[in-house]
Design a protein around this ligand. Structure first.
Ligand SMILES: [Zn+2]
Ligand SMILES: [Zn+2]
Length: 108
């Protein structure tokens, strides 16, 4: 997939102590609890590339994990480094947007 259907973030930063805040190009604002993002990390150490099976044990992730570094990867993804030392998480915009926990994105 080359083209992304998700507008690029215009703002990425911390929200409070443990959360990540993203403002998207369509003015949508997403607040992600950091631990949920850490658990959703799609890297090869956390998810088996072949089977898609989760390799990460949630119990091994500290309750108060938070992002220590946030950056853009080209024009398609966000790189997150976490306080538990895990720094290989690359979240494509599409994946990140799909993880938005707000009521508008998660209708009940
Ligand atoms: Zn990972
Ligand atoms: Zn949302």
């Amino acid at each position: 997939m080359a083209a992304t259907t998700v507008p690029a973030p215009v703002e990425i930063g911390r929200s409070g102590e443990h959360d990540l805040r993203v403002v998207w190009g369509d003015h949508h604002e997403s607040i992600y609890p950091a631990r949920a993002l850490r658990l959703a990390c799609p890297c090869a150490a956390c998810v088996d590339e072949m089977s898609g099976r989760a390799l990460l044990d949630p119990a091994s992730v500290p309750v108060h994990v938070h992002p220590v570094r946030v950056g853009l990867v080209g024009r398609y993804a966000v790189h997150l480094a976490f306080s538990d030392g895990h720094a290989s998480g690359i979240f494509s915009f599409e994946r990140l947007r799909a993880l938005c926990p707000c009521p508008a994105c998660r209708p009940v």
